[in-house]
Design a protein around this ligand. Structure first.
Ligand SMILES: C[S@@+](CC[C@H](N)C(=O)[O-])C[C@H]1O[C@@H](n2cnc3c(N)ncnc32)[C@H](O)[C@@H]1O
Length: 327
């Protein structure tokens, strides 16, 4: 239940053209103030003032992570319902909201290009880089332990990079598909998978926000060290959940929260790790149930803790359809 004054405050906060635009934008993506300044074309102090009013009214959340602050629309609770109603009523397009969405796409495409050039430049070296901060063998052993030797028909590895997770899990999977947006990474993955003789494992160039697979066709989906590069990890998980068959498993590996700001500048990380509860909230929002969570602290003081999350979709009769690549 929400009290009368809170409703009035929320309506007042949303009832101003720039704030309504900000609210709509933050419903599409998690954004920083400077990205909002670029999109809305108003000064930083003005945008910050509007954001404060929206946050005070509970319509948006503010999340400081190192030197960056991310804003996103409130996702749950009565104020979120009110926000959804207000923004859906304002969906009628106007020149200003059309321009906002175009500039939001600019921001996203700039980020994609930066990430793509980083991965293109590091493809050959990736297997060395991926073990810089933590002991890969421990992470892989923990992933296998969580899957308990279960076997799978269709494995989808999202953001597969050089295909290491496909290779690791190939003995337990009838077929494997890795997707990645970097042609260079996939070049290394193809060479590696063919060298390992894994003929039932393939890779495809694709965006993880629009997976090239039909609904409910994979009984195992993995997302290993990918979420921290993304502007909208929750949306990526919801797209992953779409691909999961009833009774299927989603296994995520990523960093626990940390303060190593240089990973942003030197390695294109967007998020400095994830709090266990934040990821659990995203999983619940896509209808998944968390069945296990593990933290694997690095064995040295400058190392990063890797966290694992294993979630499942509700059991229904498992539909046995072969994985379908949509072209
Ligand atoms: C840190 S690498 C991890 C690769 C692999 N999972 C591993 O652990 O070795 C992150 C991968 O995510 C991919 N990636 C990032 N954003 C993506 C997107 N929007 N769609 C598809 N792949 C993406 C990058 O190209 C990169 O190969």
């Amino acid at each position: 239940m929400i009290d009368f004054d809170q409703v009035v405050d929320a309506l007042r906060a949303a009832g101003e053209p720039t704030r309504l635009r900000l609210l709509m934008l933050l419903g599409h993506a998690e954004l920083t103030v400077s990205e909002l300044v670029y999109i809305v074309k108003q000064s930083q102090p003005r945008i910050s003032r509007h954001l404060k009013l929206l946050a005070d009214a509970g319509l948006i959340e503010r999340n400081r992570e190192g030197a960056w602050v991310f804003y996103r629309a409130q996702e749950s609770g009565p104020i979120a319902q009110l926000k959804d109603t207000v923004t859906s009523m304002a969906l009628a397009r106007t020149p200003a909201t059309d321009r906002d969405l175009e500039r939001l796409e600019d921001v996203r495409s700039q980020r994609r290009q930066q990430a793509q050039s980083y991965f293109a430049a590091n493809a050959a070296e990736w297997n060395r880089l991926r073990s810089l901060h933590t002991d890969d063998a421990d992470v892989e052993a923990a992933m296998l332990a969580l899957l308990k030797g279960r076997t799978f028909k269709e494995h989808l590895d999202i953001g597969t990079g050089t295909g290491r997770v496909l290779e690791l899990l190939a003995p337990f999977c009838e077929r494997g598909l890795g997707i990645d947006m970097s042609g260079e990474m996939l070049g290394v993955a193809r060479a590696r998978l063919s060298e390992a003789g894994l003929r039932r494992t393939q890779v495809r160039l694709a965006d993880l926000f629009s997976l090239p697979v039909a609904d409910e066709t994979c009984d195992l989906v993995t997302v290993h060290q990918v979420l921290h590069y993304l502007d909208d990890p929750a949306r990526a998980l919801s797209e992953a959940a779409r691909a999961l068959a009833p009774g299927g498993l989603l296994l995520i590996a990523d960093f626990a929260p940390h303060m190593i700001e240089s990973l942003r500048t030197d390695h294109q990380h967007r998020r400095l790790g994830f709090d266990a509860a934040e990821v659990e909230g995203w999983l619940m929002a896509c209808g998944l149930t968390l069945s296990a969570q593990r933290d694997l602290p690095a064995g040295r003081p400058d190392g990063l803790t890797v966290s694992l999350w294993l979630a499942s979709t509700p059991e229904r009769a498992l539909r046995r359809r072969p994985i379908k690549v949509v072209t």
